[in-house]
Design a protein around this ligand. Structure first.
Ligand SMILES: Cc1cc2nc3c(=O)[nH]c(=O)nc-3n(C[C@H](O)[C@H](O)[C@H](O)COP(=O)(O)OP(=O)(O)OC[C@H]3O[C@@H](n4cnc5c(N)ncnc54)[C@H](O)[C@@H]3O)c2cc1C
Length: 413
């Protein structure tokens, strides 16, 4: 039995390891297009902040790890899939036959269509290679233009500021972290950034970038900037172009069932490229976070090895550190249809909590500046606990969530 895994990020690696542990006796080939050993993108902010070196981002520290588990690693890029013949075409001209295939190719950062943005001095912050370019381009006092104010943009600010960069962040929309947090949370994060010396311009976009004698950026607020570096962090898209024409069904990502299998038997998908069961809505969503990729990978591999395993669905979960201000969002943080909410706001102390209810169940939450016991909020959502009389108390004071967690999940008497 030939198992082929495309993509050597967390989803692909966990799948390969799970297959190996199942001792299925077949071959496991892990194909990845990046030259480095498999690494974790979520460690990149720590590399930027000098907390770790490159090797600290590697998913497994022992260089023999994969070989010992009987996992063949192959550096190549998949360029097509022939699902009838069971073959993957690679960019080196070779073909790789498979009996079971896992697509774990993740997502890539996108570039908006702005004149000159494809030239030198412009980088994403998505790969180790991007990070090396960024590290080479900045020194204390360097001006950096950061395009975007979402998760990745916020999480890399600490490293940039720590290195002495003067950062201006621009965002087209009216607020920061719009797709993952409420207006109040986004506003607090913006104010916090201002206090840390980061200029955040909302409702602002670049109109043109030129490269004569250094970078020059025209903004649509009539300002012109001459940054040493532009970092583009405006969004991502699943890496699935190479499956065009294969018959594998896609929507925003590759559609998978509760066993992580696509519409084609024997072909599975996992992680940022997969649109799988959403715990909150019961529909299919792409939740581009590492815990989802890891769990997807484990479930897919069990099913590939013939061990039936059912995915319970991913809970949307964001934990964001913006230059020291921790913010979180879980589940249906935007609220459930027909549901109600409770909110506590302390602007002076950068503390905020909003809880979203459906009947007497907690279904979503968003917080800023609350680091203690926030796992209890997630626990209440994930366990779909009936809060009973605790709901009323939480509506009066949402910060009592830990008491509610203990009171409503422990057996009475
Ligand atoms: C700066 C940054 C910070 C982040 N912080 C967090 C965080 O704090 N918490 C969190 O949960 N998530 C975080 N994430 C997101 C997290 O890294 C992703 O959700 C996770 O990496 C997804 O894993 P994956 O295995 O699906 O894909 P990836 O890690 O993207 O791995 C996919 C691999 O497949 C390769 N590939 C793509 N196309 C092909 C092809 N055709 N052939 C062969 N190989 C291919 C890619 O190059 C890549 O190596 C962060 C991401 C970034 C960029």
């Amino acid at each position: 039995m030939k198992h082929v895994i495309l993509g050597a990020g967390p989803g692909g690696v966990i799948a390969a390891e799970t297959l190996s542990k199942q001792g299925h006796g077949g071959a496991i080939t892990l194909v990845g297009d990046e030259p480095e050993p498999p690494y974790s993108r979520m460690a990149i902010p720590y590399l930027l902040s000098d907390i770790i070196d490159e090797s600290g981002t590697y998913l497994r520290k022992n260089p023999d790890h994969y070989e010992k588990l009987g996992i063949d690693r192959l550096q190549a890029r998949a360029s097509g899939i022939d699902t009838k013949k069971g073959r993957v075409a690679l960019d080196n001209g070779k073909e790789l036959p498979y009996d079971r295939l896992l697509i774990a190719t993740g997502s890539s950062a996108t570039t908006p269509p702005i004149e000159g943005l494809d030239g030198p001095g412009v980088h994403h912050c998505w790969t180790l290679e991007d990070t090396r370019h960024i590290l080479k381009s900045i020194e204390p006092g360097s001006e950096v233009l950061l395009m975007g104010a979402g998760f990745v943009a916020c999480i890399i600010l600490n490293g940039l500021v720590k290195r002495g960069a003067k950062v201006t962040a621009i965002v087209r929309g009216p607020r920061m972290v719009r797709s993952m947090m409420t207006e109040t949370a986004g506003g607090m994060i913006k104010r916090w950034c201002g206090e840390k010396g980061i200029r955040v311009l909302t409702e602002t976009n670049a109109t043109r970038v030129t490269h004569d004698g250094g970078l020059k950026v025209d903004l649509d607020n009539s300002e012109t900037m001459n940054p040493a570096l532009i970092i583009v962090a405006v969004g991502v898209k699943p890496n699935m172009d190479f499956i065009d024409g294969s018959g594998i069904e896609t929507d925003y990502g590759i559609l998978v069932d509760n066993h992580m299998q696509t519409n084609i038997e024997g072909i599975f998908a996992t992680g940022d490229v997969a649109q799988g069961l959403d715990f909150s809505s019961g529909g299919r969503s792409v939740h581009a976070i590492q815990p989802t990729a890891s769990e997807h990978g484990r479930i897919a591999a069990l099913n590939m090895a013939g061990v039936p395993a059912t995915y319970k669905g991913s809970l949307l979960m964001n934990v964001l550190d913006t230059v020291g201000l921790i913010a979180t969002s879980f589940g249906q943080w935007q609220g459930a249809k027909g549901g109600d909410h409770a909110e506590a706001v302390d602007e002076d102390h950068y503390k905020y909590l909003r809880l979203e209810f459906e009947e007497d169940r907690l279904v979503g939450a968003c917080s800023v500046g609350i680091t203690q016991h926030v796992g209890a909020v997630r626990g209440l959502i994930q366990s779909r606990t009936r809060l009973g009389h605790w709901k009323k108390r939480l509506v009066q004071d949402p910060t009592r969530f830990m008491e509610a967690y203990l009171g409503s999940t422990q057996p009475v008497g």
